[in-house]
Design a protein around this ligand. Structure first.
Ligand SMILES: [Fe+2]
Ligand SMILES: [Fe+2]
Length: 262
């Protein structure tokens, strides 16, 4: 994993952040606006964590990987930019920010049970579910400002998923196929649980945009499949690079014939 390349990526993102046209009036109907405000406030809470627990766990797990730790910190900075965007969206929809919610509390407890690798994978499930959510909002909203904010967040989230995928794939290049399969299985179970909880929490807002559960499931499945497929491809690419190719066939040595005895 080339963490320095990721630092450059996040730096470019930081410099190129088109601001949504906040002055454009919100065309969303009042009842849908209320449902969206509540839902966006919950996502805002999720994106606003300072990441100190993750950073401390990562420092313990990878003490010698300063470049990755720096990239992780920069990634967390991008999540804070999302929290700021979402706070403005909550305000735009006439809602109020929340300081706590059971989904956020439960998610934090689950995330912090084990070490950095576990925390990163729980975070990755939330990123996948988040990407599905922002994609549906982007597709179904008639509000240009919500659309612009979602487009920006989606661009960043695609980078976040590629960043985590690179880390998992690099680590898994040293694993046996059985260990990779077990990891992928438990990841999918976790993803299904996070997806079910997120649907339950955000269903009113998604219904208000005329999105059905089948659309939600399809988006989560697509994001999850791409993420797992990417990890497998990255691990396979690194494993293949270590395999020494067969040497090319060599011309047989000329046979030395000794003096012919008569
Ligand atoms: Fe985010
Ligand atoms: Fe993210």
């Amino acid at each position: 994993m080339n963490a320095r390349r990721w630092m450059d990526w996040f730096e470019q993102n930081r410099l190129g952040r088109p601001e949504p046209e906040w002055h454009v009036p919100c065309p969303t109907a009042p009842e849908a606006r209320a449902a969206l405000a509540r839902s966006l406030a919950h996502f805002q809470l999720g994106e606003s964590g300072d990441g100190q627990h993750l950073l401390a766990a990562a420092r313990k797990t990878w003490p010698d990987d300063a470049a990755y730790l720096a990239a992780l910190e920069t990634f967390l900075g991008e999540e804070h930019a999302h929290a700021a965007l979402l706070a403005r969206l909550v305000e735009r929809h006439g809602g109020v920010l929340v300081r706590r919610h059971w989904t956020h509390g439960a998610f934090r407890v689950v995330r912090q049970i084990f070490g950095a690798r576990w925390e990163l994978q729980v975070l990755a499930t939330a990123e996948i579910v988040g990407a599905a959510y922002y994609r549906i909002l982007h597709r179904r909203s008639r509000d240009p400002v919500l659309e612009q904010a979602c487009a920006l967040i989606l661009r960043d989230e695609a980078g976040h998923l590629a960043f985590h995928l690179d880390r998992f794939g690099t680590e898994q290049a040293d694993w046996l196929p059985l260990a990779r399969s077990i990891w992928a299985t438990q990841f999918q179970l976790l993803l299904l649980a996070v997806s079910a909880a997120a649907w339950w929490d955000h269903r009113h807002a998604l219904h208000a945009l005329r999105a059905r559960k089948t659309e939600w499931t399809r988006e989560v499945r697509r994001e999850g499949a791409a993420f797992l497929g990417g990890i497998a491809a990255r691990a396979a690419e690194l494993t293949a690079a270590r395999v020494r190719p067969f040497p090319p066939p060599r011309a047989p040595d000329p046979i030395e014939l000794g003096p012919v005895s008569r």
